[in-house]
Ligand binder design. Sequence first.
Ligand code: GLN
Length: 311
Amino acid sequence: MQLDELLASVHADIEPFIGEGKVANYIPALAKIDPKKFGMAVVTVDGDVHMIGDATEAFSIQSISKVFTLTLALGRIGEGLWKRVGREPSGTPFNSIVQLENEHGIPRNPFINAGAIVVADTLLSGHQPKETLGEILSFIRYLTDDDSITIDAEVARSEQLTGFRNAALANYMLAFSNIHNPVEKTLGVYFHQCALSMNCVQLAKAGLFLANNGRLSRSGHGAVSAERARRINALMLTCGHYDASGDFAFRVGLPGKSGVGGGILAIAPGKAAIAVWSPGLNANGNSATGTRALESLAKRTGWSIFGAGRN
Ligand code: GLN
């Protein structure tokens, strides 16, 4: 079956569920998004783009940005990053603080908020927040070959005004000397990276290097080494959906990273990068219909890394 046809079948599978879940409302700017939106894009390692629904409408990528900042931080400080952040699943919600006390201010992994705040802090060292954000934006634009991608200042401001838990996490880690820059500056970088505004096509293009052994498909240039791409995929599989990472592996079977804007980036190694957007979230803060769509796609393509599993 051709991918366009297959995407139409996925769309039909999830149609009855569109609108399920709850749009994130703890960030006021996200609360007003229409819960009935649904888009999906698949970009193959050959660079072919397939899409369905609202795949060209921009949304707030939120925690999906953590994949790109992790990639940059590993490029900058390499393995030294693992002294400041772990790489084990947390089994706790994305904004949880409970493990930090027992684990002396070292977050479990780079995809929970605490871990991503440390990653942002490493990118900020030696720079002003504007420069760091410029570096993040340039990287995304380079990956996608698309200079139109921007950060939504209203979303960033909205989160800055209400991000008390994140401020608590950052201050708590500072108490263990695991934040090296002024907390407001580190949080400023974190809130703005989360406010990156992208559509499904752009997001799938940005993630393609992870499906392609670290290489950009259009030029064959390496964005990262094959080994690094493999390791980032491993972290996405084990930690990308917080305390629902196991369930996502069980249902979809692909490395994936979710965001509270309702987006999910999933990687089918050697095959394609897939981005899906549907704003209604399940109890773990992951897109409810987006997960269903990926489940259907993985089943229909046989792309799960655990085996085709088709009847
Ligand atoms: N910016 C959001 C927060 O820090 C990101 C959370 C998410 O997407 N899971 O709360």
